[in-house]
Design a protein around this ligand. Structure first.
Ligand code: NDP
Length: 397
């Protein structure tokens, strides 16, 4: 029995809250608080939970958050707004005295440069307050970190090579749309590529390194090397890693649209003056693109996200691939959302559940791979994201 406050009412929040509703014995009291209250109300109206309420909050404002926390008295705040709000929400959690969980690391609004240092800097304060902060508990980051921890615990003496592979082979039947918040998505993809090798970070031109990779039940898809936030924590937490990379699939059509958006300046994150009003082009673009939360209805196909790992066990080389495939149609049938929101919202709920049952509870600020992976892996199978393992296969990487 616990009181949980979820911030944000987008695609990920709608899945996480609905899955909390399906685990009502743990999540006995839920509040959804977001900038636009009507979106929180819509999620609530699609559920049948005895103790569910909604509120309006600007999560950029610490005192507004604290007032809300005093009113609702949450044991855990699940931050499913945008990465820009991470620090204000963490500040409010510390000031009021409650624990914290999110799915994306902090990024300043005026600079597309996400890194964990800002949130790791809260470690001692959370520790001395006896509060837990769980960072990056979606799929990637999130499940990919748990998969790595599970592989390290169960199968490897040393992990040497880690490739995280993220394929969306779905079709939403729109000319161009992003699967989660367009501003965050486009900022992530258009930045320079980066990977870790032999103790150093190496940079590449955006989307310049790519190759075809085969995904289970899907087949071959062109996959692009990107920088992704979990690489930063995984190479720190598994120091035997010699190389860590992240690959994501994109279709030709998507990349052409992206190129045009960039070339005409619509991906700019700095304000421009339009009719004497300052607008940020990428924020304007978000307003005209399809809402990711609305893509589910006609989405077909599936996602496939996993870790391809090489290392040694008892002096012998081992290749290991662990992955989940998630169907857009099935995700929609269960929660009214497409698989990208589903694969993020379900792990957020699982992390919250493990915290609330005391299994993933330890004062400080932690990435998911720093907890015991076993209970999380068990929950993935129960809550709709079953995983599969392949040993000593051709990892292609
Ligand atoms: P959406 O844009 O659909 O939803 C974000 C929600 O946050 C909206 O309801 C928005 O309000 C609300 N919000 C934004 N700013 C504020 C604010 N200042 N105060 C209160 N509420 C605010 O995003 P998604 O649901 O797609 O993504 C949610 C999070 O999940 C993001 O941080 C994203 O990066 C992360 N993510 C993580 C993944 C992973 O695997 N780890 C994968 C996909 C996403 P409004 O409705 O008014 O705009």
């Amino acid at each position: 029995m616990a009181r949980v406050l979820v911030i944000g009412a987008g695609g990920v929040s709608s899945v996480a809250v609905k899955k909390m509703g399906m685990n009502e014995n743990i999540f006995s009291d839920i509040m959804i608080a977001s900038r636009t209250k009507s979106k929180a109300d819509k999620i609530a109206s699609e559920m049948n939970h005895a103790n569910l309420c909604t509120a309006q909050v600007n999560a950029d404002n610490v005192s507004e958050l604290i007032a809300l926390f005093r009113d609702f008295k949450p044991e855990l705040v699940v931050n499913l707004a945008l990465p820009y709000q991470d620090l204000t929400v963490m500040d409010a959690c510390l000031e009021y005295g409650t624990s914290y969980l999110d799915t994306a690391n902090y990024e300043p609004l005026n600079e597309a440069k996400y890194q964990y240092s800002w949130q790791w800097a809260y470690k001692e304060r959370f520790e001395s307050a006896g509060l837990t902060a769980i960072l990056g508990c979606g799929f990637d980051p999130g499940v990919t970190g748990v998969y790595t921890a599970y592989a390290a615990k169960r199968y490897f003496d040393e992990i040497h090579y880690l490739d995280i592979v993220d394929c969306n082979a779905g079709n939403h039947h729109k000319a161009f749309a992003t699967n989660f918040n367009p501003e965050i998505n486009i900022r992530e993809i258009t930045q320079r590529g980066k990977y870790f090798e032999n103790g150093e970070w190496k940079e590449t031109e955006p989307l310049s390194v790519h190759r075809p990779l085969n995904y289970p039940e899907i087949g071959e898809r062109e996959s692009y090397l990107l920088y992704h936030e979990e690489l930063e924590s995984l190479v720190k937490n598994f120091p035997t890693i010699k190389r860590a990379r992240f690959w994501m699939t994109f279709g030709e059509e998507y990349l052409t649209h992206l190129r045009v958006i960039q070339n005409i300046g619509m991906a700019r994150i700095d304000p421009v003056l339009y009719n004497n009003v300052e607008i940020v082009p990428i924020q304007f673009l978000k307003a005209v693109l399809p809402d990711p939360g609305s893509l589910g209805e006609n989405y077909t196909g599936q996602t496939s996200i996993g870790c391809r790992i090489k290392g040694v066990k008892d002096g012998k080389e081992l290749n290991y691939y662990i992955y989940n495939n998630c169907s857009h149609e099935e995700a929609y049938r269960e929660t009214g959302a497409q698989a990208v929101s589903y694969t993020t919202g379900v792990p957020a709920m699982i992390g919250a559940k493990l915290f609330l049952t005391g299994i993933w509870k330890k004062p400080g600020v932690w990435n998911v791979e720093e907890f015991d992976p076993d209970p999380f892996m068990k929950e993935l199978n129960i809550q709709g994201l079953p995983w599969h393992e392949i040993f000593n296969t051709n990892l292609e990487l």
